[in-house]
Design a protein around this ligand. Structure first.
Ligand SMILES: [Zn+2]
Length: 724
């Protein structure tokens, strides 16, 4: 039952929320569309999702039927007359909900990548129902009593370490969901969860609507000054796709806005684009999220109290590696001060260039990326336009495959499109095998932006690896929002996008490497502040000569990226770390402080403004995700009081990378094997701090992180991720 117990996924998880009002009203009540979703997956590879037969009209009836089925399965376990054992209780739970897992997988894909009015209607209808369903399981008293009995005797009943850990996971998740509360508190918790599910759905739909509807059209070619040709082409395609042929569109998404802010010479347009983007969810009117945030925070605070925690943050962090908000704050604050100091240096460098140009301006947030690019050029003789021609998406994908082969022994072969159906013509599928030629799993790749697809990039597991009832191979996917270029021309991406590509592929490899017995502890189902470590660490391989020389090939000449250009990239890799760190960390700190504030009524706008001022947030930078658009935190409980996780994981990442550099370098087979054996393959079968220690021989300190970002390394022992 992966649906209920998944504690982490990767990079902005899919929420389980999404029907089509039109479809629902349809007089055709034939069960056929739901039956396709309810049936076991057929075909090769142990069964594959039947995307060629899925209809939105089938989603809601299939979800309802699958929930009913799982509740019946669970009642049989709860009412079993036999004394509770691991086998008849925990293992039996692992066998429940198979149908719902398959249905929610397809539902999640529609919700995140094919989201239209029809899907949104299903989301609004089903989000509260799915929340209530989850509570019906965790609040099932006879079931919990059986789980508790197995838990109490887990160390003496002959269970394997993995079985003990799985029992702990079940017990902990049930208690955290309120299994020990009295009837009144349980009832209120369930009401809160349903109300939250409704608010999460509204929040996410509002952001998506502002992203879909917000657009700036440029009509004069002279207003494109500074923009490289590839970006102009993408903007022209974007306008044409919206029925505005002959114009250029700045879409209201990160992948469209950030390049524009980096290159456009037109300061007024930069400001206009920047304001459109940072005000998503904050424009008054029907899509404004401020009232939703206030309600979400109050409900979360009330639920935390019911569950016996001082705040939502304390509840959320209890089962993480950091364990307490205080430890997470300690790490964030240790990095915040040097990062802000670095920003002031960066701004001074930028201001000097602006002054030398006699621009007559003071650096504002819509100038940061633009002038940072100029500083990079001046200091390192490097600008993004020199790099981008070498960054062909398809070649870099081959580079990722090379990395996976060298480090993990995985081989990738494209699957014949006729053999495996996809949900959109842009999606392609690869078969993954091990050195013995045995099947490891499937990898689906959905690279391009389109209307109805959530922005950003993420990994999603369609099916987890498991072995306890037969050998089940995983199916994973990577999703991103690259701007599709002209037909037949290579898609060129930025260095940063290439890094994200490797990051998400790291999550995919985490899923593909899984070698466990039980699905609830498989793959990326690890602690929230640990799950970004395997993905972040693999970002490092992008800049290795082996990848760049083979795969960073110029799209016109086919020549590899020059060695001296790579050297300049390396020299510049600590460049702009003040900006990157502060942009991220301000969001992470606001997230944590909002969830430490308890039950006071919060005005999000005022809280954000006053808290940033008290933190001495540099005026030239805006939070990477402002509160009204912070999907990580408000479109599910997912990363709530958990956005710090990226920094926590990066502490491990930086330290793990040094394990390679201290040994034979990035391709050191022995270190790679230790990483695979203790981190990538073990899922949640062991405590992550133990897994890390077995990989590294010790805990991670903060020093490697500070070196990676080019900040001063504190002399004294500093907070150490991984230390208990
Ligand atoms: Zn990630």
């Amino acid at each position: 039952m992966k649906t209920l117990l998944a504690t982490a996924g990767a990079c902005a998880l899919l929420t389980l929320a999404t029907v089509d009002a039109a479809d629902m009203k349809s007089t055709d009540t034939s069960a056929a569309p739901a039956n396709v979703l309810l049936a076991p997956w057929k075909g090769p590879y142990g069964g594959i999702p039947p995307f060629d037969q899925v209809k939105v009209a089938g989603l809601q009836p299939a979800l309802e039927a699958a929930m009913t089925q799982q509740l019946a399965e669970i009642d049989r376990i709860a009412n079993d007359p036999a004394a509770p054992t691991f086998e008849n209780t925990i293992a039996a739970m692992e066998r429940t909900g198979r149908t719902l897992d398959r249905v929610t997988t397809v539902y999640g894909i529609y919700s995140s990548t094919l989201n239209d009015d029809a899907v949104q209607a299903v989301e609004r209808e089903m989000a509260p129902k799915l929340a209530a369903f989850s509570d019906r399981i965790t609040q099932n008293q006879p079931l919990f009593e059986r789980i508790a009995k197995v838990y109490d005797t887990r160390e003496t009943s002959g269970l394997t370490p993995e079985q003990q850990r799985l029992t702990w996971v079940y017990y902990t998740n049930f208690v955290r969901a309120g299994a020990k509360l009295d009837a009144a508190a349980k009832k209120r918790t369930a009401e809160i969860n349903q109300e939250l599910a409704r608010l999460f759905t509204a929040f996410g739909q509002n952001v998506l609507k502002d992203e879909n509807d917000g657009v700036i059209y440029i009509e004069k070619e002279s207003d494109l000054a500074g923009l490289p040709q590839g970006i102009r082409d993408g903007m022209a395609q974007g306008a044409e796709g919206r029925g505005q042929k002959g114009k250029w569109a700045i879409a209201n998404t990160r992948s469209s806005i950030e390049p524009f802010l980096t290159y456009s010479d037109n300061r007024a347009l930069r400001e206009q684009a920047w304001r459109m983007f940072v005000n998503r969810g904050d424009n008054g009117g029907a899509t404004d999220n401020n009232a939703n945030i206030t309600q979400i925070l109050q409900l979360r605070a009330e639920r935390a109290k019911l569950l016996g925690f001082p705040t939502h943050a304390h509840w959320r962090l209890e089962n993480t590696m950091a364990k307490t908000p205080e430890r997470a704050m300690e790490l964030m604050e240790a990095v915040w001060t040097p990062a802000v100091a670095r920003v002031h240096e960066e701004v001074a460098d930028m201001q000097k260039i602006a002054d030398d140009e006699k621009a007559g301006i003071k650096i504002e947030p819509w100038d940061y990326r633009y002038y940072a690019e100029k500083v990079r050029k001046a200091k390192y003789d490097l600008d993004e336009t020199q790099i981008t021609p070498y960054m062909q998406l398809e070649n870099l994908r081959e580079g990722m495959f090379y990395m996976a082969t060298e480090l993990f022994g995985f081989h990738f072969k494209p699957v014949d499109a006729a053999k495996v159906p996809v949900y959109h013509p842009d999606v392609r599928v690869w078969e993954v095998t091990n050195p013995k030629g045995e099947l490891v799993g499937l990898w689906y790749f959905d690279p391009y932006a389109r209307k109805g697809k959530r922005s950003g990039a993420w990994m999603n597991a369609y099916r987890n690896q498991e072995r306890f009832d037969g050998d089940v191979k995983t199916i994973v996917s990577n999703n991103s929002n690259f701007v599709k270029g002209k037909p037949g021309e290579p898609v060129l991406i930025s260095w940063e996008d290439a890094r994200t590509l490797f990051h998400e592929f790291g999550h995919a490899l985490h899923g593909l490497s899984s070698n466990v017995n039980y699905p609830s502890v498989s793959g990326t189902a690890v602690a929230r502040d640990y799950v970004e470590f395997p993905s972040q660490v693999l970002e490092h391989w992008l800049s290795t000569p082996e990848i760049l020389n083979r795969y960073a090939l110029h799209y016109q000449t086919g020549k590899p990226i020059p060695r001296e250009l790579v050297a300049r990239i390396e020299a510049a890799n600590k460049f702009n770390q003040g900006f990157k760190t502060v942009e991220y960390l301000s969001s992470a700190l606001i997230d944590m402080k909002l969830h430490l504030a308890g039950s006071q009524k919060i005005d999000p706008d005022k809280f954000e403004r006053e808290t940033l001022a008290s933190m001495r947030m540099p005026a030239e930078i805006v939070m990477r995700h402002r509160t009204p658009q912070f999907n990580h935190v408000f479109s599910s409980d997912g990363y709530s009081a958990g956005y710090y996780s990226y920094l926590w994981s990066d502490t491990l990442t930086a330290d793990a990378w040094e394990a390679f550099t201290e040994a034979g370098g990035p391709w050191d087979k022995a270190v790679a094997k230790r990483l695979r054996d203790n981190v990538f393959s073990v899922g949640n079968t062991i405590d992550p701090a133990d897994g890390y220690r077995q990989f590294r021989g010790r805990d991670a300190g903060i020093a490697a992180l500070m070196r990676k970002r080019g900040f001063p390394v504190p002399p004294a022992a500093a907070p150490a991720a991984g230390a208990k």
